[in-house]
Write a protein that binds this ligand. Structure first.
Ligand SMILES: O=C(O)CCC(=O)C1=CC=C[C@@H](O)[C@@H]1C(=O)O
Ligand SMILES: [Mg+2]
Length: 332
């Protein structure tokens, strides 16, 4: 099943795409776009991830691109949320305007260098811009336990009921403790990093530390595995992306379309944060959803946004290292 390294590299194009809003501290997103035997797929672990962690992302790219037994749905749509990065409140309407028709909004909070006042102002700006929207927040493990409790109580004081709070604190025991502490608020806790970066993605569910899980195709090693994590966790789930190009977004949409009801709006609207993409018609939300249609990158765009020779070399070396990890895992 594992393609040989030369074959894989031969099918791989490295792109560097500009973002229109800083996200995770970057303004440019690099990705490997792979022409598989069955579909185009994406391999785009964040730059700081090592080979061991990134190898799961390569497994996902290989499953989607090369596995003839993987069912790929080509028709239909999935609902998506708007994603508001840690911007100033006056920038919120402009960001939301890029997410056509989205009725669920995820707001980033707890950004390093910012305060709770900044978060509350951003959340209020979202609620003022889209009063009917359902809101979630994502702290990316940026709060300590007491801070998280205080922040969630302050948000409740604004009269805002959150759909859930995503990874408010870092560890599974902290999530469990926070969940107990805020019982009276009724705010649901969602685990993201505690699922996608954990050696055991089910530990959080077993510990009763979350009400909901966030699943992403690439970090969880593919569509099948991510679907299995949701099933085994026995919790409701949101499919999200990793700031993927349209190719990775379609992989995520395939997972979202397979999950059982009730379906939560997926974090797959993020192509709206990109100023350029590899598809002629980038897979941005339209009327609050993205389509499952096959993603066919345009040659001229792959060429236009091709990464520098130096970055290409870096990515080829990364793919080599991840491939080596997968060969070793297959032999173990
Ligand atoms: O879920 C979404 O609305 C969009 C994706 C998103 O928020 C993320 C993408 C990539 C990296 C992460 O920091 C972040 C997340 O934590 O969920
Ligand atoms: Mg998250």
């Amino acid at each position: 099943m594992l393609p040989s390294l030369p074959d894989l590299l031969d099918r791989t194009r490295i792109v560097s795409l500009p973002l229109n809003t800083k996200f995770r501290g970057v303004t440019q997103r690099e990705a490997a776009i792979i022409e598989g035997t069955w579909a185009w797929s994406e391999f785009s672990p964040f730059l700081e991830y090592d080979a061991e962690e990134s190898a799961n992302w390569l497994t996902a790219a290989i499953e989607y691109g090369f596995d003839p037994t993987l069912e790929r749905l080509c028709a239909g749509w999935v609902d998506v949320n708007a994603t508001v990065p840690a911007v100033r409140p006056e920038e919120v309407p402009g960001v939301l305007a890029r997410f056509d028709g989205c009725r669920t909004v995820k707001v980033k909070v707890a950004e390093r260098g910012q305060t709770l006042a900044d978060d509350l102002a951003r959340i209020e700006a979202v609620a003022a811009t889209l009063p009917e929207a359902s809101l979630r927040i994502d702290a990316n493990a940026g709060w300590q336990l007491d801070e998280a409790e205080h922040a969630l109580r302050e948000i409740a004081k604004l009269g805002i009921t959150l759909e859930y709070a995503e990874q408010p604190v870092a560890t599974v025991p902290e999530l469990a403790e926070l969940r107990q502490r805020i019982r009276d608020l009724g705010t649901r806790i969602a685990a993201d990093e505690s699922v996608r970066k954990a050696t055991d993605p089910l530990a959080v569910a077993r510990a009763g530390a979350a009400d909901h899980v966030i699943v992403k195709v690439q970090p969880l090693g593919g569509i099948r595995n991510a679907a299995r994590v949701v099933k085994d966790a026995g919790l409701t789930a949101t499919v999200s992306s990793a700031l993927d190009t349209s190719v990775g977004i379609v992989m995520g949409a395939q997972l979202a379309a397979r999950l059982p009801e009730p379906r939560f709006a997926a974090g797959l609207g993020t192509v709206s944060l990109f100023a350029a993409d590899v598809l002629a018609e980038p897979r941005r939300p339209k009327n609050g959803r993205v389509s499952l249609e096959v993603a066919l990158p345009r040659e001229s765009l792959l060429r236009e946004y091709r990464a520098s020779a130096e970055r290409e070399k870096w990515w080829h070396e990364r793919i080599r290292a991840c491939h080596e990890v997968l060969v070793a895992r297959a032999e173990a």
